[in-house]
Design a protein around this ligand. Structure first.
Ligand code: MG
Length: 380
């Protein structure tokens, strides 16, 4: 395709996918233009605070908002969308993400399909900054999918019918709030229960008064005694529990390996897991891994992590942070590859500026014919 035809086609694709213009008022203030030339990628970004529907209570802290940065990557009239979500315990912030993004010069890449080179470049700019890198990676995948006019599940050759049921998270809370959350979770066929405090069993008993759907448990490193953790695994196995996520502290590798030898339930690494090299380390103590785009630096590495974990015979779970439908829908493109999905992050916020995945009969569904990551901005 020559350049003129490409531009013509790009304009058509752009018109087809841009359902509504996005009016992020903050764009233009905290923005960086890598190049104004045609054929050069232009990165813009703006902070966006996520408002949580319920206070988010975990074993170690509580919060009502999550800082986030929304990203746009534009090339020849086509726009890819991405985001960085920064739960405080992961160490990134609006300041660190915008600082990182400000240092990038993506205009140097004349071929946007050089995903590996772009990741290598981002690593050379600064280590860590995983959510910041994920925001660029997601926007890049969105852009490339739109240029190819295909959704990513198709580009990867995946069958969307194989996406697993997704779980809905019931956080640690008072009994009446837990009952209300279980009612809200009626469309879901799996519940994820956050644990790691003294009333863990009470929480499960309240849920079991109302429903017998399978649960999965996330201890968030809250069980620091291996004997107690083993007792909980046996107790949960008798109550239709599928697996236990991060039962003990991420540094307790020997204790976790001990627990795996004896536990009737699979153990899944979450806080222990960040990026591709962690998959092999996780295999020493866990039965599976939880992949999240904000930790993996986006889809490029997440896809490789899922492939490696499967090759090692491990279970794969796909999770997310509290995110808009942008990040969650991008992750959902990978859902047909995984055993369990925990993609409810967009449902936990009250100000989602995107339209994307839907939960149909408990299963996560991406918009099947929408190119790129499958999320589009809502008007507003
Ligand atoms: Mg977790």
């Amino acid at each position: 395709m020559n350049r003129r035809n490409f531009l013509k086609r790009a304009a058509t694709i752009g018109a087809a996918v841009t359902v509504a213009p996005m009016s992020f008022s903050a764009f233009g203030e905290a923005t960086k233009t890598s190049s104004s030339n045609l054929g050069r990628m232009k990165l813009t970004f703006a902070p966006y605070e996520l408002q949580l529907r319920h206070a988010f209570n975990l074993a170690r802290y509580s919060r009502t908002t999550t800082p986030d940065v929304l990203v746009q990557l534009e090339l020849d009239g086509i726009t890819g969308y991405g985001e960085a979500s920064m739960p405080p315990y992961l160490g990134e912030s609006v300041e660190s993400v915008t600082n990182f993004l400000s240092q990038l010069d993506l205009g140097q890449f004349t071929d946007p399909f050089r995903i590996a080179d772009i990741h290598e470049y981002m690593e050379s700019v600064a280590p860590d900054n995983r959510a910041a890198k994920a925001s660029v990676d997601i926007a890049l995948h969105d852009l490339l999918g739109k240029i190819m006019n295909q959704p990513w599940y198709k580009i990867w050759g995946l069958n969307p019918d194989k996406a697993p049921n997704t779980s809905f998270t019931i956080g640690i809370d008072k009994a009446d709030v837990v009952r209300q959350k279980v009612d809200e979770a009626a469309p879901f066929k799996v519940l994820k229960v956050k644990m790691g405090l003294d009333n863990d069993k009470e929480l499960v008993e309240i849920i079991r008064e109302k429903t017998d759907v399978p649960i999965c448990v996330d201890a968030n490193q809250g069980w620091n005694d291996k004997e107690k953790a083993l007792e909980m695994c046996h107790w949960l196995a008798e109550r239709n529990c599928l697996f236990v996520e991060q039962p003990m502290d991420k540094t307790q590798i020997d204790e976790t390996a001990w627990l795996r030898e004896r536990s009737p339930l699979p153990l899944i690494a979450d806080e222990f897991m960040q990026r591709l090299p962690d998959v092999r380390r996780a295999a020493e103590a866990y039965d599976g891994i939880n992949i999240k785009l904000m930790k993996s630096t986006g889809l490029y590495e997440a896809h490789q992590m899922a492939e490696l974990a499967k090759a090692l015979g491990m279970k794969v779970m796909l999770g997310c942070m509290t995110e808009t439908s942008c990040g969650v829908t991008a992750a959902a493109q990978l859902a047909p590859m995984v055993d369990w999905a925990d993609l409810d992050g967009n449902l936990l916020i009250a100000n989602d500026p995107f339209d994307g995945i839907k939960i149909v009969d408990g299963q996560v569904r991406v918009p099947l014919d929408r190119p790129g990551i499958g999320a589009v901005p809502l008007e507003g």
